[in-house]
Ligand binder design. Structure first.
Ligand code: ADP
Length: 407
């Protein structure tokens, strides 16, 4: 059927000069004609395709949908690009597929509705697209890789900075400690000089006075000065004991010797020594019912603690007051209380009282180092005990030592 009759030669002329494949299909979807390019694209001789169904050029799996689509297209007869949004394939004679782009234009050929399809092989384009995609993917992978590497480097750097900071802090901390130690040494030296000066000059004046009392009748005067000297030497000795304790606690060289001993032994010793320091009219109330109490503790530590407490009670109380020593045992704890009727500790300063070198404002007229309570607390806590206090300014203070009773 030659429904484009005379124009056939013109059609050939038009179609053979262009590089796109052209196929004309009738309403039955049979191929009416093709140009050379199309035949070449699909690997046919031109004649082989004439009157063959259009399906010949379409891969098997698209056959079903394709037929209805083309039918629909015949009905709305608009020029359009086929398969927009999805990939189209042509099928060569040898069955191989290749990507195509198809433009469609329906037209009327002598009263017969036909469609002219322009087919372009886009294999190369697709290949380029794919290559571009691959390149893009590679690029993205590289960017990802680099970003990861960068992140790793950032983390490494952060770690390094962190370590450097730690090292810096350590150096700062040791510098701070060194400075503190230097401060302590300076403080210590000035303390020693001050604390030793007064008792030493007292001792000196007593010795020179003793030398002046030469007659037998002046024996009581001599004894009075000897007592002064003894008490001052004991005072200095106590300070030195405290300093030694600080040094041992600081350097970790403190060695405790826990033994079983009668509590009264230590209390007697402390009170005996303290008696020499008592002011006019002061007296110490001896604790009741302690004769049978034996404790397992470091005897020297207990003596040092109680000496400090009793000496403080004497030092920070006026004449004619009582210093009360009480002992009780409750819940496997031995409690020793040293209560006085002295100047007390101002409330706002109470929280600092166990700090090393701390001295309350109202105590500054008395001699002191601010060490005794600090080391007492450290020693007691090291040995599983403790120390607390209650105090009211101008009324008095009570210090309570607690020692575990384990035999
Ligand atoms: P020091 O008595 O040598 O100053 P301590 O460590 O023994 O050092 O005491 C620290 C401070 O606690 C004293 O300076 C004083 O202010 C206060 N303090 C301790 N005991 C008493 C007390 N019995 N009465 C009033 N204040 C006290």
């Amino acid at each position: 059927m030659d429904f484009y009759g005379k124009e056939n030669g013109l059609f050939d002329l038009l179609t053979e000069t262009i590089s796109e494949g052209i196929v004309i299909v009738n309403a039955q979807q049979n191929i009416v004609t093709v140009n050379d390019t199309l035949a070449q694209l699909f690997g046919y001789e031109k004649e082989e395709l004439i009157n063959r169904p259009l399906k010949t050029l379409i891969p098997q799996k698209y056959h079903h949908g394709h037929h209805t689509q083309v039918d629909r297209f015949f009905n709305d007869s608009e020029k359009r690009i086929m398969g927009q949004g999805r990939e189209l394939f042509g099928m060569r004679k040898d069955g191989s597929l290749f990507p195509v782009e198809v433009g469609l234009k329906p037209f009327d050929a002598n009263g017969h509705l036909c469609v002219l399809a322009m087919v372009i092989d886009i294999t190369l384009q697709k290949k380029h697209e794919q290559e571009l995609k691959n390149l893009n993917n590679q690029l993205e992978e590289k960017v990802l890789e680099r970003t990861q590497r960068l992140q790793e480097i950032v983390i490494q750097l952060e770690n390094k900075i962190e370590k450097r900071k730690e090292a810096e802090n350590k150096i700062k901390e040791s510098l701070r400690k060194e400075r503190e130690l230097n401060d302590l040494k300076t403080k210590f030296l000035s303390l020693v000089s001050h604390e030793f000066k007064t008792p030493l000059s007292g001792i000196l004046s007593s010795t020179s006075l003793i030398g002046k009392y030469q007659t037998t009748e002046q024996q009581d005067k001599r004894e009075k000065h000897i007592k002064t000297i003894t008490s001052k030497v004991k005072y200095l000795n106590n300070i030195l004991d405290d300093f030694l304790s600080v040094e041992r606690l600081e350097t970790g060289k403190v060695n405790y010797k826990v033994t079983l001993f009668p509590l009264s032994k230590v209390i007697n010793e402390v009170i005996y020594n303290a008696n020499m320091l008592l002011k006019e009219g002061q007296f110490i109330n001896y604790p009741e019912g302690i004769d049978d109490i034996e404790i397992n503790f470091d005897e020297k530590v207990l003596e040092l603690v109680l000496t400090n407490l009793v000496n403080n009670a004497i030092k920070y109380s006026p004449e004619n007051t009582m210093i009360n020593l009480m002992v009780e045992i409750a819940k496997n704890q031995l409690k020793i209380t040293v209560a006085d009727q002295g100047i007390g500790i101002p409330e706002k300063e109470q929280k600092f009282i166990f700090n090393r070198y701390f001295r309350a404002e109202n105590a500054l007229l008395n001699q002191g180092t601010g060490i005794g309570l600090n080391i007492a607390k450290s020693h007691l806590e090291n040995l599983g005990g403790g120390i607390t206090f209650t105090s009211k300014e101008n009324k008095g203070s009570s210090f309570i030592v607690e020692i575990p009773m384990i035999h």
